[in-house]
Structure formats: C-alpha cells, structure tokens
Design a protein around this ligand. Structure first.
Ligand SMILES: [Zn+2]
Ligand SMILES: [Zn+2]
Length: 327
C-alpha cells in the first residue's frame, strides 16, 4: 500500500507542527477486553481478549476502549486546539493512557454523536481536562449536541446542566460546560475551535438518529462511529460520486460475521462497512468500533488483500493511533 502523505501515522514529535487525529478508543460499547472472556474464560480462551493478560495496553491493538476521537487542530500561528468527539464510559482510562502519552494538556471543545452510554457517560470526569485561564479559574468548554441528546443529558447529569456543585466531595467539581445545540442536518454546519463541522445524520437502529461529522478544509475527513443505515443526504455529502472524494473515512465495523440488515441491528457488520466504503470511495478508510471477533493483525492482513483488490486502502485503527493530517 502506498503511504499517503496527507494521512501519515506517527507517534513522534512531528505532531508538534501539524494537525492530527488521535484515536482515543476504537472499541464497542462494552469495550475490550470483554470482561466475560477473562472472568469466565471459554475453552479455548478468547484469542483477542486474552492478549490483555500478556501485553500492556499500549502495545496491544486488541485493547479497545469506547469509540472516541481527539482532533488536534494546529492553527496557523502554531497553537493547538483539541476537540473531543464523545466521552464514553472509559473516558478516564483514555485520559490516563493517551492524553499522557501524546502530551495533550486539555480539551477545548466537545462534540457528541448521540446519547448512548458509550458516548456520554464519561461526562462526569470532563472537569479533569478543563482548560485553565491561569487565574485558578477554569474556562467553559463548548459542547455541541442535538436537543435530543441535551434532554437526555439533562435527565442523567442535572448537576452538569444546572451547574450546581455535587454534594460530598470537595475535590470533585462539576465541569463548566457551554451547551450549544446543533441540528441533524448536513446543511447546518457549525464551527468549533476554528474548524468547521458538517453534521452527518445516519440511522443507528431504525427510529434513532446518530451524528457523524465531516471536517477539514485541506484534507477532508468524515467520522461515522455508529451506523446501521446511511441517509441519502449524508452519503451524497461524503461520496466521490456526490459532493466529491474525501481524503479519509473513519467508519465503524462492529461485527465481523454476518451480512447485517436485520431490522433491529444498530451497527454495520464488516461486509456492510466495506460495501459502504466502495460506494463512498474515499482515498483511504480506517475502521473503528470493533468487537472481540476482530483480531487486529489477522483482520488487517485480510483488509490489505481487499485494499489491493479494490484500490482503496482500508485498515483497522487501534487505540492510541495518531494520524498526522493537514486539516
Ligand atoms: Zn473476548
Ligand atoms: Zn450507540
């Protein structure tokens, strides 16, 4: 596969002068390892989850936390702004693991895709990444979400919305969040930390809409973490045969087996994701949201063959992956 200069993986200091995407989590809602595979191991044991017993997470691409992306946007003056997409159940572990590793000091904005537990339940811990304005006072973090997600969060985290101190623990303080309502409409873009985002509504189970996002002026990136069916307006906005070829498609592939299409399915299977990649035809694609049927190296070998055949480079992403990209 030819390396693509617009989306070159790195873990080095080159990131200091460039924008990049940091994959904070590439797993399913339950996260990996699946605890059941460790406390009640099958015979033979689950090959994917049992690697968590022998390898540290930073060297184990099968160790996958809740799907989440951090966009490190380098402005023309060299300052970096960090936009976080989704704050799931495993957010604290992701901060400890990848914010430290990639030297990310704080989060400047948050965007939420939908109101499921693996996208929002870490909001209670957001105060630890709140930027400080240097006077022992924290800056508000803008958080972009639909009214539907806002109503759900108001019911589950009233203290974050009403900005009341939680009782009992003096060390824990509520985050200061500036709630910004966005619409599930590809014609209603919004701007976060100087970068424009186009909402990409998709079905996530029939009767439920989840948002993906299209962003980047130079390299254009589409991020779709939870999809069961594409809406025509969204597919047009990111397709080569529609509004134009995008540079990178980040798309979920939740299940390895089966062809999907069950009326109650809420996610794409791998074969559905690959079909969608062929239709959309990006320059390159990375897969996220994988359950424990996916063994990283085995599936990436299979995908390398698929990529040679179809002419679109596709690989599984992994937690901690940082991709330099000219946004
Ligand atoms: Zn397992
Ligand atoms: Zn979901």
């Amino acid at each position: 596969m030819e390396p693509d200069p617009a989306t070159t993986p790195t873990s080095g200091t080159a990131a200091a002068a460039s924008s990049s995407l940091i994959f904070l989590g590439t797993g399913c809602s339950g996260a990996l390892p699946d605890t059941r595979c460790l406390i009640k191991p099958s015979t033979p044991p689950c090959a994917v989850c049992s690697t968590a017993l022998s390898l540290p997470p930073d060297r184990n691409p099968n160790y996958r936390l809740n799907t989440s992306l951090l966009i490190d946007y380098c402005h023309n003056d060299g300052t970096h702004k960090y936009t976080l997409i989704d704050v799931g159940k495993t957010f604290r572990e992701q901060v400890l693991r990848w914010f430290v590793h990639h030297k990310v000091p704080s989060v400047d904005a948050i965007i939420l895709t939908h109101d499921h537990a693996d996208a929002i339940l870490g909001l209670d811990d957001i105060w630890v990444v709140q930027p400080s304005n240097g006077e022992n006072d924290a800056d508000q973090i803008p958080i972009f979400l639909t009214q539907f997600t806002m109503d759900s969060i108001a019911a589950r985290f009233p203290y974050l919305v009403e900005r009341k101190q939680e009782d009992g623990d003096e060390d824990a303080r509520g985050a200061l969040l500036d709630w910004k309502i966005i619409e599930d409409d590809v014609n209603k873009p919004f701007t976060s930390s100087g970068l424009q985002f186009v909402p990409l509504p998709v079905m996530h189970g029939e009767g439920y809409i989840c948002l993906g996002f299209l962003f980047g002026r130079r390299a254009r990136v589409a991020y779709l973490s939870d999809v069961s069916r594409f809406l025509p307006s969204t597919e047009h906005a990111i397709s080569k045969s529609g509004a134009g070829q995008i540079d990178l498609l980040i798309l979920e592939a939740n299940g390895l087996h089966g062809v999907g299409g069950h009326p109650r399915s809420t996610h794409l299977t791998l074969s559905q994701s690959l079909d969608a990649i062929k239709r959309i035809c990006p320059k390159k694609a990375l897969l996220i949201g994988m359950r424990h049927e996916f063994e990283h190296h085995r599936e990436n070998q299979m995908l390398a063959e698929w990529s040679r055949r179809e002419g679109i480079p596709v690989q599984l992403a992994h937690d901690g992956l940082r991709v330099l990209i000219d946004l």
